[in-house]
Ligand binder design. Structure first.
Ligand SMILES: [Zn+2]
Length: 348
């Protein structure tokens, strides 16, 4: 870089300014930066000692950075606490990075990231990988029941209370209480849930069938071990794509509940899809089954637990297939007012 170069740059800039007068500001800024680099470079070249010490300094800085980085990944508990406290901020920050629905079942093969959007392809891991739970159509389930047992039972009366088992709030900030107990009931085969919600669920299945809608349960009650396995596999999948453990953990927590915080573990949540659409993605909301469930679930005590636009409250992506039992009066108020369980419980 000599004086000749400098002259050329200045002349070039003047020419551009005449041609594009409205870009004067940007060209001036550009010229200032170039001249600054020119003067610094010339100053350093004329003083070799300075140049060498600057290079050594840069090398040390780079090495120390790469040594320090892993230390920040050490204390997972502290990180998780910070994550929980700032969940709202995280949700907004990460909003453009994730989209996967409740990807609970591991997919061993790598998924493709569309190059332009950087958004993961929406897949249904459960359907692709198969599941170790039984799959029954509503006809197969209903065939096992006496028609008189399919009538909607009497609703329990009484004031709504936050202590009610039906309203137990479970999310990333509210883990399942250690002493929480309930009795498992069987819908059919290995399909299980809290036995207290079975009568209303069966009535819902029957009513849907009468309206020509086939509902299938793809994720019922889940053990802690199974939740841990699903969560770990999700983390591994993200890490295989080059993410750090903490980034993979945070991202996983948005699509799969952290073990100990899943409503599937308390037997009050069911993932429901339909024979003609066995994909757990947003497209389910447009199916007849998706619409029927949204419109009628509250009559049977269920709510759409993770609605669209409320991710900053639930901490979980929109899931048009995940239904949670809360009891009929609460369900009706929640669905009519477009609330989340978090908002409803807070108002009690
Ligand atoms: Zn679910």
């Amino acid at each position: 870089m000599n004086e000749f170069w400098k002259e050329r740059v200045i002349l070039g800039a003047q020419k551009k300014m005449r041609k594009y007068p409205y870009l004067k500001g940007i060209i001036t800024l550009y010229l200032t930066v170039l001249l600054l680099v020119f003067y610094i470079w010339n100053g350093l070249v004329s003083n070799t000692k300075k140049l060498v010490s600057l290079a050594v300094l840069l090398v040390f800085f780079t090495i120390s950075c790469s040594f320090c980085a892993p230390m920040f990944q050490g204390d997972m508990e502290i990180e998780q606490q910070v994550f929980t406290e700032h969940l709202e901020t995280e949700v907004i920050t990460l909003a453009t990075e994730v989209e996967v629905p409740e990807a609970e079942k591991a997919v061993e093969e790598e998924e493709v990231l569309p190059a332009e959007t950087g958004v993961e392809e929406i897949i249904n891991p459960e359907a692709e990988a198969g599941d170790d739970i039984d799959n029954y159509s509503s006809d197969e389930i209903l065939a096992n029941y006496d028609p008189k047992d399919l009538e909607l039972p009497e609703e329990e009366s009484g004031e709504a209370s936050a202590d009610d088992w039906k309203l137990l709030l479970v999310n990333n900030r509210h883990p399942i209480p250690e002493d929480y107990e309930f009795t498992l009931g069987t819908i059919r085969g290995s399909l299980q849930c809290d036995e207290r919600i079975i009568p209303e669920f069966m009535s819902m299945l029957q009513a849907a069938k009468e309206d020509g809608i086939d509902l299938e349960v793809c994720s019922p009650y889940r053990t802690l071990e199974r939740q841990e396995m699903l969560f770990d596999k999700k983390i591994k999948r993200y890490m295989n794509r080059g993410m750090s453990y903490m980034d993979a953990y945070k991202l996983s927590a948005r699509v799969v509940n952290v073990p100990g915080t899943s409503e599937h573990q308390i037997g009050l949540a069911l993932d429901i899809y339909t024979d003609s659409y066995k994909t757990l993605d947003e497209g389910f909301e447009k199916t007849a089954a998706g619409k029927w469930l949204r419109e009628n679930c509250s009559e049977y005590g269920f709510i759409l637990r993770y609605p669209k636009g409320k991710e900053y409250i639930t901490g979980i992506e929109y899931e048009p297939w995940h239904f949670r039992y809360v009891g009929r009066s609460a369900a009706q108020e929640i669905m009519e007012r477009g609330l989340t369980l978090e908002e409803y419980v807070e108002g009690l």
